[in-house]
Design a protein around this ligand. Structure first.
Ligand SMILES: Cc1cc2nc3c(=O)[nH]c(=O)nc-3n(C[C@H](O)[C@H](O)[C@H](O)COP(=O)(O)O)c2cc1C
Length: 379
Protein backbone atom coordinates (compact mmCIF):
# COMPACT_ATOMS: atom_id res chain seq x y z
CA UNK A 1 0.00 0.00 0.00
CA UNK A 2 2.72 2.41 1.02
CA UNK A 3 4.55 1.95 -2.24
CA UNK A 4 1.67 3.06 -4.39
CA UNK A 5 1.28 6.11 -2.20
CA UNK A 6 -1.86 5.27 -0.27
CA UNK A 7 -2.44 7.18 2.92
CA UNK A 8 -2.92 10.77 4.00
CA UNK A 9 -2.11 11.98 0.54
CA UNK A 10 -5.64 11.04 -0.55
CA UNK A 11 -7.13 13.77 1.60
CA UNK A 12 -4.54 16.28 0.50
CA UNK A 13 -4.96 15.62 -3.19
CA UNK A 14 -8.75 15.52 -3.11
CA UNK A 15 -8.78 18.77 -1.17
CA UNK A 16 -6.68 20.72 -3.64
CA UNK A 17 -8.51 20.03 -6.87
CA UNK A 18 -5.47 18.16 -8.15
CA UNK A 19 -7.58 15.02 -8.17
CA UNK A 20 -9.27 15.72 -11.49
CA UNK A 21 -5.90 16.43 -13.06
CA UNK A 22 -4.50 13.13 -11.79
CA UNK A 23 -7.59 11.33 -13.16
CA UNK A 24 -6.70 12.76 -16.55
CA UNK A 25 -2.95 12.32 -16.09
CA UNK A 26 -3.09 8.60 -15.34
CA UNK A 27 -6.06 7.77 -17.57
CA UNK A 28 -7.60 6.37 -14.38
CA UNK A 29 -11.03 6.03 -15.94
CA UNK A 30 -9.90 4.58 -19.27
CA UNK A 31 -7.00 2.16 -18.70
CA UNK A 32 -5.32 0.46 -21.63
CA UNK A 33 -6.54 3.07 -24.12
CA UNK A 34 -4.76 5.31 -26.58
CA UNK A 35 -2.16 4.69 -29.29
CA UNK A 36 0.32 3.08 -26.86
CA UNK A 37 -2.03 0.09 -26.61
CA UNK A 38 -3.12 -0.09 -30.27
CA UNK A 39 -0.54 -2.80 -31.18
CA UNK A 40 -2.56 -5.31 -29.11
CA UNK A 41 -5.42 -4.92 -31.59
CA UNK A 42 -3.30 -5.11 -34.75
CA UNK A 43 -1.11 -8.21 -34.52
CA UNK A 44 -3.56 -10.72 -36.00
CA UNK A 45 -4.88 -8.70 -38.94
CA UNK A 46 -1.75 -6.99 -40.23
CA UNK A 47 -0.57 -8.93 -43.32
CA UNK A 48 2.89 -9.94 -44.60
CA UNK A 49 6.29 -9.41 -42.97
CA UNK A 50 5.19 -6.24 -41.13
CA UNK A 51 2.42 -8.36 -39.58
CA UNK A 52 5.07 -10.80 -38.30
CA UNK A 53 6.90 -7.83 -36.74
CA UNK A 54 3.57 -6.71 -35.20
CA UNK A 55 3.59 -10.10 -33.40
CA UNK A 56 7.24 -9.65 -32.33
CA UNK A 57 6.66 -6.27 -30.62
CA UNK A 58 4.13 -7.86 -28.24
CA UNK A 59 6.82 -10.11 -26.72
CA UNK A 60 8.03 -9.80 -23.14
CA UNK A 61 11.17 -7.74 -22.53
CA UNK A 62 13.05 -6.69 -19.36
CA UNK A 63 11.26 -3.66 -17.81
CA UNK A 64 9.35 -3.44 -21.12
CA UNK A 65 12.45 -1.85 -22.69
CA UNK A 66 11.64 -3.38 -26.12
CA UNK A 67 15.36 -3.45 -27.04
CA UNK A 68 14.72 -4.25 -30.69
CA UNK A 69 14.72 -2.82 -34.21
CA UNK A 70 13.84 -4.63 -37.43
CA UNK A 71 15.20 -4.18 -40.95
CA UNK A 72 12.85 -5.38 -43.65
CA UNK A 73 14.49 -6.64 -46.88
CA UNK A 74 12.89 -8.16 -49.96
CA UNK A 75 13.40 -11.72 -48.72
CA UNK A 76 14.24 -11.43 -45.03
CA UNK A 77 13.76 -9.66 -41.72
CA UNK A 78 16.88 -8.74 -39.73
CA UNK A 79 16.57 -8.29 -35.97
CA UNK A 80 18.87 -5.72 -34.38
CA UNK A 81 19.67 -5.00 -30.75
CA UNK A 82 19.01 -1.40 -29.64
CA UNK A 83 21.71 -1.08 -26.99
CA UNK A 84 20.34 2.26 -25.76
CA UNK A 85 17.36 0.36 -24.41
CA UNK A 86 19.09 -1.31 -21.48
CA UNK A 87 18.57 -1.41 -17.74
CA UNK A 88 22.15 -0.50 -16.76
CA UNK A 89 23.29 -1.99 -13.46
CA UNK A 90 20.17 -4.18 -13.28
CA UNK A 91 21.47 -6.11 -16.29
CA UNK A 92 25.20 -5.30 -16.41
CA UNK A 93 26.07 -8.21 -18.72
CA UNK A 94 23.05 -7.53 -20.99
CA UNK A 95 21.90 -11.11 -20.44
CA UNK A 96 18.25 -10.09 -20.07
CA UNK A 97 18.45 -7.75 -23.06
CA UNK A 98 19.40 -10.72 -25.28
CA UNK A 99 16.74 -12.90 -23.66
CA UNK A 100 14.18 -10.21 -24.56
CA UNK A 101 15.37 -10.34 -28.17
CA UNK A 102 14.93 -14.12 -28.09
CA UNK A 103 11.34 -13.62 -26.88
CA UNK A 104 10.66 -11.25 -29.80
CA UNK A 105 12.18 -13.68 -32.32
CA UNK A 106 9.91 -16.48 -31.06
CA UNK A 107 6.85 -14.28 -31.75
CA UNK A 108 8.35 -13.19 -35.09
CA UNK A 109 8.74 -16.79 -36.24
CA UNK A 110 5.21 -17.70 -35.08
CA UNK A 111 3.85 -14.61 -36.88
CA UNK A 112 5.76 -15.42 -40.09
CA UNK A 113 4.60 -19.06 -40.04
CA UNK A 114 0.99 -17.94 -39.61
CA UNK A 115 1.36 -15.74 -42.70
CA UNK A 116 2.80 -18.54 -44.88
CA UNK A 117 6.24 -16.91 -44.97
CA UNK A 118 8.23 -20.11 -44.19
CA UNK A 119 10.72 -18.41 -41.84
CA UNK A 120 14.28 -19.79 -41.56
CA UNK A 121 16.18 -18.37 -38.59
CA UNK A 122 19.93 -17.74 -38.39
CA UNK A 123 21.21 -16.46 -35.04
CA UNK A 124 24.09 -13.98 -34.88
CA UNK A 125 24.92 -14.10 -38.62
CA UNK A 126 27.82 -11.63 -38.17
CA UNK A 127 29.10 -13.02 -34.86
CA UNK A 128 28.41 -12.24 -31.20
CA UNK A 129 29.56 -8.61 -31.28
CA UNK A 130 27.44 -7.39 -34.18
CA UNK A 131 24.19 -5.50 -33.57
CA UNK A 132 22.43 -7.90 -36.01
CA UNK A 133 21.35 -10.66 -33.63
CA UNK A 134 19.20 -12.64 -36.06
CA UNK A 135 18.26 -12.91 -39.68
CA UNK A 136 14.98 -14.54 -40.64
CA UNK A 137 14.88 -15.59 -44.30
CA UNK A 138 11.37 -15.56 -45.77
CA UNK A 139 9.87 -17.77 -48.48
CA UNK A 140 6.44 -18.92 -49.53
CA UNK A 141 4.49 -21.78 -47.98
CA UNK A 142 1.25 -22.82 -46.32
CA UNK A 143 0.18 -20.69 -43.34
CA UNK A 144 0.59 -22.69 -40.14
CA UNK A 145 -0.45 -21.71 -36.64
CA UNK A 146 -1.48 -23.27 -33.37
CA UNK A 147 -2.05 -22.52 -29.70
CA UNK A 148 1.19 -20.54 -29.25
CA UNK A 149 0.34 -18.15 -32.08
CA UNK A 150 -3.25 -17.79 -30.89
CA UNK A 151 -2.03 -16.76 -27.41
CA UNK A 152 0.21 -13.87 -28.58
CA UNK A 153 -2.36 -11.14 -27.85
CA UNK A 154 -3.45 -12.59 -24.49
CA UNK A 155 0.01 -13.13 -22.98
CA UNK A 156 0.74 -10.66 -20.18
CA UNK A 157 3.03 -10.77 -17.17
CA UNK A 158 0.71 -11.35 -14.20
CA UNK A 159 2.05 -9.84 -10.94
CA UNK A 160 -1.18 -10.37 -9.00
CA UNK A 161 -2.07 -13.19 -6.59
CA UNK A 162 -2.51 -16.77 -7.81
CA UNK A 163 -5.00 -19.30 -6.39
CA UNK A 164 -4.07 -22.48 -4.49
CA UNK A 165 -5.16 -24.71 -7.41
CA UNK A 166 -2.22 -27.00 -8.21
CA UNK A 167 -0.73 -27.46 -11.67
CA UNK A 168 -0.43 -31.13 -12.62
CA UNK A 169 2.99 -32.59 -13.51
CA UNK A 170 1.57 -33.44 -16.96
CA UNK A 171 0.67 -29.80 -17.58
CA UNK A 172 4.12 -28.63 -16.43
CA UNK A 173 5.72 -31.07 -18.85
CA UNK A 174 3.62 -29.68 -21.72
CA UNK A 175 4.79 -26.10 -21.09
CA UNK A 176 8.50 -26.46 -21.75
CA UNK A 177 8.89 -27.37 -25.43
CA UNK A 178 12.64 -27.19 -26.06
CA UNK A 179 12.57 -28.44 -29.67
CA UNK A 180 15.28 -26.73 -31.71
CA UNK A 181 16.88 -25.23 -28.60
CA UNK A 182 20.24 -26.81 -27.79
CA UNK A 183 21.37 -26.97 -24.18
CA UNK A 184 18.44 -25.01 -22.70
CA UNK A 185 16.02 -26.60 -20.28
CA UNK A 186 13.51 -25.70 -17.61
CA UNK A 187 13.81 -26.94 -14.04
CA UNK A 188 10.48 -26.90 -12.15
CA UNK A 189 10.45 -26.17 -8.41
CA UNK A 190 7.19 -27.54 -7.03
CA UNK A 191 7.90 -29.31 -3.73
CA UNK A 192 7.32 -27.20 -0.61
CA UNK A 193 10.89 -27.34 0.76
CA UNK A 194 12.86 -26.17 -2.32
CA UNK A 195 10.02 -23.75 -3.12
CA UNK A 196 10.41 -22.14 0.30
CA UNK A 197 14.18 -21.86 -0.21
CA UNK A 198 13.71 -20.17 -3.58
CA UNK A 199 11.01 -17.84 -2.18
CA UNK A 200 13.37 -16.71 0.57
CA UNK A 201 16.16 -16.13 -1.94
CA UNK A 202 13.82 -14.04 -4.13
CA UNK A 203 12.88 -11.84 -1.17
CA UNK A 204 16.54 -11.47 -0.13
CA UNK A 205 17.51 -10.53 -3.69
CA UNK A 206 14.70 -7.96 -3.98
CA UNK A 207 15.93 -6.35 -0.73
CA UNK A 208 19.55 -6.41 -1.91
CA UNK A 209 18.61 -4.87 -5.24
CA UNK A 210 16.72 -1.99 -3.60
CA UNK A 211 19.65 -1.38 -1.21
CA UNK A 212 21.98 -1.07 -4.21
CA UNK A 213 21.46 2.58 -5.18
CA UNK A 214 22.66 2.18 -8.77
CA UNK A 215 20.43 -0.81 -9.45
CA UNK A 216 17.48 0.97 -7.85
CA UNK A 217 18.05 4.11 -9.95
CA UNK A 218 18.59 2.25 -13.21
CA UNK A 219 15.36 0.27 -12.74
CA UNK A 220 13.33 3.35 -11.78
CA UNK A 221 14.20 5.09 -15.06
CA UNK A 222 11.76 2.74 -16.78
CA UNK A 223 8.73 3.53 -14.60
CA UNK A 224 6.07 5.49 -16.48
CA UNK A 225 3.66 7.06 -14.02
CA UNK A 226 1.58 9.43 -16.16
CA UNK A 227 -0.59 8.71 -19.16
CA UNK A 228 1.30 11.41 -21.07
CA UNK A 229 4.58 9.55 -20.51
CA UNK A 230 3.01 6.22 -21.44
CA UNK A 231 1.61 7.55 -24.70
CA UNK A 232 4.84 9.38 -25.54
CA UNK A 233 7.32 6.58 -24.75
CA UNK A 234 5.07 3.55 -25.30
CA UNK A 235 7.38 1.38 -23.17
CA UNK A 236 8.38 0.80 -19.55
CA UNK A 237 6.59 -0.40 -16.43
CA UNK A 238 3.13 0.95 -15.66
CA UNK A 239 0.68 0.79 -12.74
CA UNK A 240 -1.73 -1.22 -14.91
CA UNK A 241 0.85 -4.02 -15.06
CA UNK A 242 1.30 -4.43 -11.29
CA UNK A 243 -1.51 -6.93 -10.74
CA UNK A 244 -3.45 -4.71 -8.33
CA UNK A 245 -7.15 -5.15 -7.62
CA UNK A 246 -9.37 -2.69 -9.53
CA UNK A 247 -10.05 -0.70 -6.33
CA UNK A 248 -6.40 -0.36 -5.27
CA UNK A 249 -5.36 0.37 -8.84
CA UNK A 250 -7.96 3.11 -9.15
CA UNK A 251 -6.88 4.74 -5.89
CA UNK A 252 -3.17 4.41 -6.74
CA UNK A 253 -3.79 6.23 -10.01
CA UNK A 254 -5.37 9.17 -8.23
CA UNK A 255 -2.45 9.67 -5.88
CA UNK A 256 0.78 11.49 -6.66
CA UNK A 257 3.28 9.31 -8.53
CA UNK A 258 5.31 7.30 -6.04
CA UNK A 259 8.95 8.10 -5.31
CA UNK A 260 11.76 5.66 -6.07
CA UNK A 261 11.99 4.70 -2.39
CA UNK A 262 8.24 4.07 -2.14
CA UNK A 263 8.31 2.07 -5.37
CA UNK A 264 11.16 -0.07 -4.01
CA UNK A 265 9.29 -0.69 -0.73
CA UNK A 266 6.15 -1.60 -2.66
CA UNK A 267 8.04 -4.14 -4.78
CA UNK A 268 9.72 -5.82 -1.78
CA UNK A 269 6.38 -6.01 0.04
CA UNK A 270 4.61 -7.44 -3.02
CA UNK A 271 7.46 -9.95 -3.46
CA UNK A 272 6.97 -11.15 0.11
CA UNK A 273 3.18 -11.03 0.46
CA UNK A 274 1.94 -11.77 -3.08
CA UNK A 275 4.56 -12.98 -5.57
CA UNK A 276 6.30 -15.61 -3.42
CA UNK A 277 3.36 -16.18 -1.05
CA UNK A 278 1.02 -17.29 -3.88
CA UNK A 279 3.45 -18.94 -6.31
CA UNK A 280 2.15 -22.40 -7.20
CA UNK A 281 5.47 -23.39 -8.77
CA UNK A 282 8.67 -21.78 -9.97
CA UNK A 283 10.41 -22.45 -13.26
CA UNK A 284 14.12 -21.87 -13.72
CA UNK A 285 15.48 -21.77 -17.26
CA UNK A 286 18.95 -23.29 -17.04
CA UNK A 287 21.98 -23.81 -19.25
CA UNK A 288 25.61 -24.71 -18.79
CA UNK A 289 26.57 -21.45 -20.55
CA UNK A 290 24.53 -18.49 -19.23
CA UNK A 291 27.05 -15.92 -20.52
CA UNK A 292 26.85 -17.15 -24.12
CA UNK A 293 24.75 -14.87 -26.38
CA UNK A 294 23.30 -17.74 -28.39
CA UNK A 295 22.20 -19.49 -25.17
CA UNK A 296 20.53 -16.27 -23.99
CA UNK A 297 18.65 -15.90 -27.29
CA UNK A 298 17.51 -19.54 -27.22
CA UNK A 299 16.48 -19.12 -23.58
CA UNK A 300 14.32 -16.17 -24.64
CA UNK A 301 12.57 -18.32 -27.22
CA UNK A 302 11.90 -20.99 -24.58
CA UNK A 303 10.66 -18.41 -22.06
CA UNK A 304 8.25 -16.90 -24.57
CA UNK A 305 7.02 -20.39 -25.59
CA UNK A 306 6.40 -21.34 -21.96
CA UNK A 307 4.49 -18.10 -21.36
CA UNK A 308 2.35 -18.56 -24.50
CA UNK A 309 1.64 -22.22 -23.70
CA UNK A 310 0.70 -21.25 -20.13
CA UNK A 311 -1.57 -18.46 -21.43
CA UNK A 312 -3.46 -20.86 -23.67
CA UNK A 313 -4.12 -23.07 -20.61
CA UNK A 314 -5.35 -20.21 -18.42
CA UNK A 315 -2.13 -20.29 -16.34
CA UNK A 316 -0.51 -17.00 -15.26
CA UNK A 317 3.23 -16.32 -15.25
CA UNK A 318 5.45 -13.67 -13.69
CA UNK A 319 9.13 -13.28 -14.50
CA UNK A 320 11.21 -12.89 -11.29
CA UNK A 321 14.83 -12.30 -12.12
CA UNK A 322 16.18 -10.45 -9.13
CA UNK A 323 18.46 -13.33 -8.06
CA UNK A 324 20.32 -13.55 -11.37
CA UNK A 325 20.37 -9.73 -11.51
CA UNK A 326 22.20 -9.79 -8.16
CA UNK A 327 24.52 -12.58 -9.34
CA UNK A 328 25.54 -10.49 -12.38
CA UNK A 329 25.89 -7.36 -10.26
CA UNK A 330 28.12 -9.15 -7.74
CA UNK A 331 30.19 -10.55 -10.61
CA UNK A 332 30.71 -7.19 -12.30
CA UNK A 333 31.47 -5.24 -9.10
CA UNK A 334 33.83 -7.91 -7.74
CA UNK A 335 31.68 -8.33 -4.60
CA UNK A 336 31.60 -11.73 -2.85
CA UNK A 337 29.12 -14.10 -4.50
CA UNK A 338 26.25 -14.37 -2.02
CA UNK A 339 23.52 -15.69 -4.35
CA UNK A 340 25.25 -17.95 -6.92
CA UNK A 341 26.21 -20.69 -4.42
CA UNK A 342 22.73 -20.69 -2.84
CA UNK A 343 21.01 -21.01 -6.24
CA UNK A 344 23.43 -23.77 -7.36
CA UNK A 345 22.24 -25.94 -4.45
CA UNK A 346 18.71 -25.98 -5.90
CA UNK A 347 19.73 -26.96 -9.43
CA UNK A 348 21.02 -30.16 -11.03
CA UNK A 349 24.83 -30.43 -11.21
CA UNK A 350 26.38 -28.38 -13.99
CA UNK A 351 23.20 -26.37 -14.69
CA UNK A 352 23.30 -22.61 -14.12
CA UNK A 353 20.31 -20.27 -13.75
CA UNK A 354 19.48 -17.90 -16.57
CA UNK A 355 15.87 -16.94 -15.82
CA UNK A 356 13.35 -17.47 -13.03
CA UNK A 357 9.55 -17.18 -13.04
CA UNK A 358 6.52 -18.23 -11.04
CA UNK A 359 3.32 -19.73 -12.39
CA UNK A 360 -0.16 -20.49 -11.10
CA UNK A 361 -3.85 -20.06 -11.84
CA UNK A 362 -4.57 -16.34 -11.46
CA UNK A 363 -7.05 -14.64 -9.15
CA UNK A 364 -7.55 -11.97 -11.83
CA UNK A 365 -6.50 -11.33 -15.40
CA UNK A 366 -3.41 -9.26 -16.18
CA UNK A 367 -3.62 -6.11 -18.26
CA UNK A 368 -2.01 -4.92 -21.48
CA UNK A 369 1.14 -2.80 -21.28
CA UNK A 370 2.28 -0.14 -23.80
CA UNK A 371 4.11 -0.97 -27.01
CA UNK A 372 5.79 0.91 -29.83
CA UNK A 373 4.17 0.01 -33.16
CA UNK A 374 5.69 -2.39 -35.70
CA UNK A 375 6.09 0.43 -38.23
CA UNK A 376 7.95 2.67 -35.76
CA UNK A 377 10.64 0.03 -35.05
CA UNK A 378 11.08 -1.10 -38.66
CA UNK A 379 13.32 0.38 -41.35
C1 LIG B 1 14.45 -11.19 -19.63
C2 LIG B 1 13.26 -10.66 -18.88
C3 LIG B 1 13.38 -10.36 -17.53
C4 LIG B 1 12.28 -9.91 -16.80
N1 LIG B 1 12.38 -9.72 -15.44
C5 LIG B 1 11.29 -9.39 -14.72
C6 LIG B 1 11.34 -9.34 -13.30
O1 LIG B 1 12.38 -9.63 -12.69
N2 LIG B 1 10.22 -9.01 -12.61
C7 LIG B 1 9.04 -8.75 -13.26
O2 LIG B 1 8.04 -8.47 -12.59
N3 LIG B 1 8.95 -8.79 -14.62
C8 LIG B 1 10.04 -9.10 -15.35
N4 LIG B 1 9.95 -9.22 -16.71
C9 LIG B 1 8.67 -8.96 -17.38
C10 LIG B 1 8.67 -7.63 -18.11
O3 LIG B 1 8.67 -6.55 -17.20
C11 LIG B 1 7.46 -7.59 -19.06
O4 LIG B 1 7.64 -8.55 -20.06
C12 LIG B 1 7.26 -6.24 -19.69
O5 LIG B 1 6.98 -5.25 -18.71
C13 LIG B 1 6.12 -6.25 -20.70
O6 LIG B 1 4.93 -6.66 -20.10
P1 LIG B 1 4.14 -7.95 -20.61
O7 LIG B 1 5.03 -9.14 -20.40
O8 LIG B 1 2.91 -8.00 -19.73
O9 LIG B 1 3.82 -7.78 -22.05
C14 LIG B 1 11.04 -9.69 -17.46
C15 LIG B 1 10.93 -9.97 -18.83
C16 LIG B 1 12.02 -10.47 -19.54
C17 LIG B 1 11.88 -10.83 -21.00
Amino acid sequence: MRGVGLGGATVLVAGTGALSYRVYDTAALNPGAGPAFDPWGQWRTMPGPLGAIACAVLAASPHNTQPWAFALGTDRIDVLVDEERGTGAVDPLRREQYVGLGCAVENLVLGADARGLSPRLTWLPDGDDSSRVASVALGAGEPTSGELYDAIGDRHTNRGPYTSRPISPGTLAELGDTSGLDGISVHWVVDPQPKAVLSEMLIDAAEALTRDEQQSRDGFVWFRSSNDDIQRHRDGLVLDGQGLSPLVLGIAKLLPASSRADGDDFWVTQTRTVHTATATAYGVVTTATPDDRRSQLDAGRLLQRIHLAATSRGIALQHMNQITERIDRETTTGAPQTFAPRFAELLPDGRRPLLTFRIGYPVRAARETPRRSAASVTS
